[in-house]
Design a protein around this ligand. Structure first.
Ligand code: GLU
Length: 509
């Protein structure tokens, strides 16, 4: 019988979710939705040493921001809970006991010093079939002694007893069947009595099984653990319901070789976290895509294409389209270079598609931050400003640089442009221009343009010089959208006022 697709994203709350982790969550989500399956969010917090307060909330907030919705989890609930591993100790204890009873695991008392000594004595020491009998464990010491040590409160771990010489096959949907020999594996620790907690490997397998996970989609860094996971599934007698594995390739540095790191982000000036992160210990703040002004849809689209393509060169895809098109057949097996410039491009594209009214709303806080009260303007004014300049922005915050002159008069005039465009004769021509503008019945762009251009040509003035001098007085530099669209919005009074200001203030050297 075909099982219902169930996937899980299983982060450890050891810090902010890295952008690579976000991509893993996204691929899980796309696959689940495409197949009408369930998306589980499981918090793997069995490593108390590395627990970081706030990390779990951060994960929830980041996924919610991106629109990656969860069906079962700590917040969402669900019938396979609890979804936080530290709340599942009884379950793990019971499963550790099962392996011990079946002779598939054993108890080991070796202290850190003893392990250290073994490593020092034997080059490339590995705790496995070849060495375990020389160590202090329930295979090498009599049962009553084992009992005595446990009763005396001696700390121990439970190790998985790996049979050497077996071919272990991992079925990976991206890589095919990956085969390794079990002799290279060590007897991994599954449980530690000291904190009464399982290790990642045991908890992860037990939960994947109990939560009926059908596909384990995770980062490539977990591929080396997969053979051990396969053996654990078998040892428990669950081989029939072994999930399919997908080990996603790494996100790579934008330049050079190797895994994308936070340092690359700092060095090249882009975030590697979805949301800004305030480190509770160091107080350090790491920038996030949200706070940098990225739209969640743009981040999702950008991340989806880092390691996958739809089979053609379509780039802009909504979440719905991604869900429809996603396939492991088009996932790459090699690492994806993290092209953050492309990320900006996606943001630019999504901003162009956003309705002006929505963009204008996002612009209002930016205006406030620059001391402009948006309430002093009609919404339609802000919307028209936005529509005129949005083609030039990658971020909402860029709107200010591109459109400030719609809200405040220029406080300086680009000296290069002044040098090139402003001559002794210019003030006189600008005075004349004021007359032409004030004489217009209709100040709209379409009506004003032919009149002004006609006046320039009729008088034999230099088109480029006059128009640029005009622009300089109104904008402060020789940039921006079509001049008569600007003046239409500013209105005749403000336009004329600025030309007068320019005549007063601009003095070529
Ligand atoms: N807790 C592991 C992590 O932090 C989960 C790995 C897995 O998905 O199996 O990534």
């Amino acid at each position: 019988m075909q099982r219902k697709v169930r996937v899980r994203f299983a982060p450890s709350p050891t810090g902010p979710l890295h952008i690579g982790g976000v991509r893993t969550a996204l691929y899980n989500y796309l696959f689940a939705r495409q197949n009408g399956g369930d998306m589980i969010l499981r918090i793997e917090d069995t490593d108390s040493q590395r627990f970081v307060p706030g990390a779990e909330d951060y994960i929830n907030e980041a996924l919610a921001w991106l629109g990656i919705t969860i069906d079962e989890g700590v917040r969402e609930g669900g019938k396979y809970g609890p979804y936080k591993q530290s709340e599942r100790r009884d379950i793990y204890r019971e499963h550790v006991a099962k392996l011990l009873d079946a002779g598939r695991a054993y108890i080991a008392f070796d202290t850190p010093a003893e392990l250290e000594a073994a490593r020092a004595a034997t080059p490339n020491f590995q705790y496995d079939a070849s060495t375990r009998m020389s160590m202090r464990n329930s295979l090498s010491i009599p049962a009553d002694e084992v009992k005595r040590l446990i009763d005396a409160g001696e700390k121990y771990v439970v190790r998985f007893k790996i049979e050497p010489g077996r071919e272990v096959k991992v079925n990976d949907l991206l890589r095919g069947t990956v085969t390794i020999n079990s002799s290279i594996l060590d007897d991994k620790v599954l449980y530690k009595s000291a904190d009464d907690l399982p290790t990642y490997h045991l908890a992860n397998i037990v939960d994947d099984h109990l939560m009926e996970v059908t596909h384990v989609i995770r980062g490539e860094e977990w591929l080396p653990s997969a053979p051990l996971h396969v053996l654990l599934y078998e040892a428990f007698g669950w081989a029939d319901t072994m999930p399919a594995f997908v080990h996603l390739p790494l996100l790579l540095k934008p330049d050079g070789k190797g895994k994308l790191s936070k340092r690359d982000g700092d060095r090249l000036g882009f975030p590697v976290f979805p949301l800004e992160w305030h480190d509770p210990k160091s107080g350090e703040i790491s920038s996030g895509y949200r706070e940098r002004g990225y739209l969640p849809q743009a981040v999702v689209n950008f991340l989806a294409l880092l390691g996958w393509n739809p089979g053609d060169d379509t780039e802009i895809m909504s979440m719905e389209e991604l869900i429809e098109k996603f396939s492991f057949d088009h996932c790459s097996r090699s690492g994806a270079k993290f092209d953050f410039e492309k990320g900006k491009w996606f943001n630019h594209k999504y901003l162009q598609e956003m309705p002006d009214a929505e963009l204008a709303e996002l612009f209002k806080p930016v205006l406030r931050a620059h001391g402009v009260d948006p309430n002093a303007y009609d919404d339609s004014y802000i919307q028209r400003v936005v529509s005129l300049v949005k083609g030039r922005i990658n971020f909402v915050s860029d709107l200010w640089e591109q459109s400030r002159y719609f809200f405040v008069e220029p406080d300086s005039y680009d000296p290069k442009a002044v040098k090139k465009r402003w001559s002794e004769d210019t003030p006189r021509i600008m005075e004349e221009l004021i007359g032409v503008l004030e004489g217009l019945d209709d100040f709209s762009s379409a009506a004003a343009e032919p009149v002004v251009l006609g006046w320039i040509t009729d008088n034999g003035y230099h088109m480029g010089n006059v128009m640029n001098a005009f622009r300089l007085t109104v904008v402060g530099e020789c940039k921006g959208p079509h001049m008569f669209d600007i003046t239409e919005l500013l209105g005749v009074e403000e336009t004329v006022r600025r030309i007068r200001l320019g005549i007063d203030r601009i003095h070529p050297e």
